[in-house]
Design a protein around this ligand. Structure first.
Ligand SMILES: Cc1cc2nc3c(=O)[nH]c(=O)nc-3n(C[C@H](O)[C@H](O)[C@H](O)COP(=O)(O)OP(=O)(O)OC[C@H]3O[C@@H](n4cnc5c(N)ncnc54)[C@H](O)[C@@H]3O)c2cc1C
Length: 401
């Protein structure tokens, strides 16, 4: 346990889970993360270990074979895992969002079909809103499903699916205009489809192609892909919740918890960057003393520690708000915005402390430096968070005149 980023008021189960995860991260993830990341290799042994520990079912209710834990427990687990290697938290994030969307919006049959196998990690989830032509502007999606007898037929292209190749269940947002009433809001003209597929690349089932992995600057190991529909037939009962027209709202609900998750990842990455910086600053000697004793370096470390602590507490607050059953879009947006911006700054400060060695692939900070920018973009860019925050504040602080 470290002094920074403590969480008050955890129960014994939560403390036990976090201690087990931290041990796993220290022994099984940190020692191999750099090598796997540089090789862009999928962390199969780590994923198998997480399956055994029940991490894939952490928030899935016990009646479906999960551990029934809170969003807070989940976020703290993600923070620990990202401290070891952010890509591993990416493996579980989309799975968790799909399981959450099923728990909140699935029909009884959909929950019974998928949640028990998601809890064991046998079925693994990916979620897909973004397209080649739009990410922030979700309502501009063009992929479309058209009703044909008992099926829907899907056409179009999706972009940036984290776990697109390794997953076996994708929650996909597409337009279903034909079912909507004339003049209905654009937000009611979209539906989420639950699409089963084998893992892998190429035409994985008739009408569904996963072209291959996108070569990314960081966040390697975890696969990020495109997805192409060309006349994919999906039965009508695979629309999440059973009815068309609710997809946009379901996805936004999923993204809200996803934002807490991204904040948690940023906290884990910041914590690791701080640990690496404070360690290096005590070893490296310049002008006859450890660089920690130069005030410029110690002030840098102080700034980093303040940011690690502030981001953690805000992330915990956002998770607790959602767990209390209250709307948390404001808090999740604030936590995601603050934690990802601070993460970028803390990682850069640690990089500077490492001097020239920080630029070497032998040092962990080099990897963190390439990973941090993804957090500024995923689950809604910083600017989109600021729009959400400002909009919600205007609702709360509307002038009474
Ligand atoms: C590694 C990675 C993994 C991803 N995984 C997934 C996934 O699993 N599923 C998924 O659906 N998506 C995923 N995404 C996509 C991600 O959610 C989008 O990239 C993100 O939402 C931004 O969309 P965009 O890239 O289209 O940028 P754009 O929307 O084109 O934005 C470009 C720039 O314009 C700014 N901007 C846009 N609109 C406004 C506005 N109204 N006001 C002010 N500024 C604005 C943005 O802030 C940004 O700076 C992933 C992305 C990456 C990089």
């Amino acid at each position: 346990m470290t002094r920074l980023a403590q969480t008050e008021g955890l129960n014994e189960d939560q403390r036990d889970i976090l201690a087990a995860i931290r041990e796993f991260v220290d022994n099984e993830i940190i020692p191999v993360a750099n090598e796997l990341e540089h090789a862009d290799e999928y962390p199969q042994a780590i994923v198998d270990g997480l399956k055994e520990m029940g991490v894939f079912g952490l928030m899935i209710p016990e009646e479906y074979g999960g551990l029934g834990e809170s969003l807070l427990t989940y976020a703290l687990v993600v923070e620990e895992i990202a401290r070891g290697w952010m890509s591993v938290s990416g493996v579980i994030n989309t799975h968790f969002i799909v399981a959450y969307m099923l728990m909140q919006h699935g029909t009884a049959e959909q929950k019974a079909t998928y949640l028990p196998r998601m809890a064991t990690g046998e079925v693994r989830g990916a979620f897909s809103m973004s397209e080649p032509g739009c990410g922030s502007d979700v309502a501009a999606i063009t992929s479309k499903a058209v009703r044909d007898g008992d099926d829907w037929v899907l056409n179009g292209a999706k972009m940036w699916l984290t776990n697109g190749g390794s997953s076996t269940l994708v929650a996909v947002l597409v337009r279903t205009d034909a079912e909507a009433d004339e003049g209905a809001s654009v937000y009611k003209k979209m539906s989420t489809f639950l699409i089963e597929k084998p893992s892998g690349f190429g035409e994985v089932r008739p009408g569904l192609t996963i072209p291959g992995k996108i070569d990314k600057m960081g966040y390697k190991g975890v696969d990020t892909t495109e997805l192409v529909f060309d006349g994919l037939r999906v039965p009508a009962d695979r629309i999440l919740g059973g009815e068309p027209g609710k997809g946009f709202y379901q996805m936004m609900d999923g993204v809200e918890v996803g934002r807490v998750n991204v904040a948690a990842r940023a906290c884990g990455l910041s914590m690791r960057a701080f640990e690496l910086g404070v360690e290096y600053a005590q070893q490296r000697v310049t002008f006859g003393k450890p660089i920690f004793e130069h005030q410029a370096v110690s002030f840098r470390l102080a700034d980093m520690a303040v940011k690690v602590e502030a981001a953690h507490q805000m992330m915990v607050m956002a998770a607790r708000k959602k767990d209390s059953g209250e709307r948390n879009d404001l808090e999740a947006g604030m936590a995601k915005y603050l934690a990802s911006e601070y993460c970028k700054e803390v990682v850069e400060d640690s990089f500077r402390i490492h001097g020239g060695y920080g630029y070497s692939k032998e040092y962990e900070i080099e990897r963190l430096y390439r990973e941090a920018p993804m957090l500024l973009i995923g689950e809604g860019t910083a600017d989109i968070q600021r729009m959400i925050i400002a909009r919600r504040l205007l609702e709360e602080y509307k002038t009474k005149s």
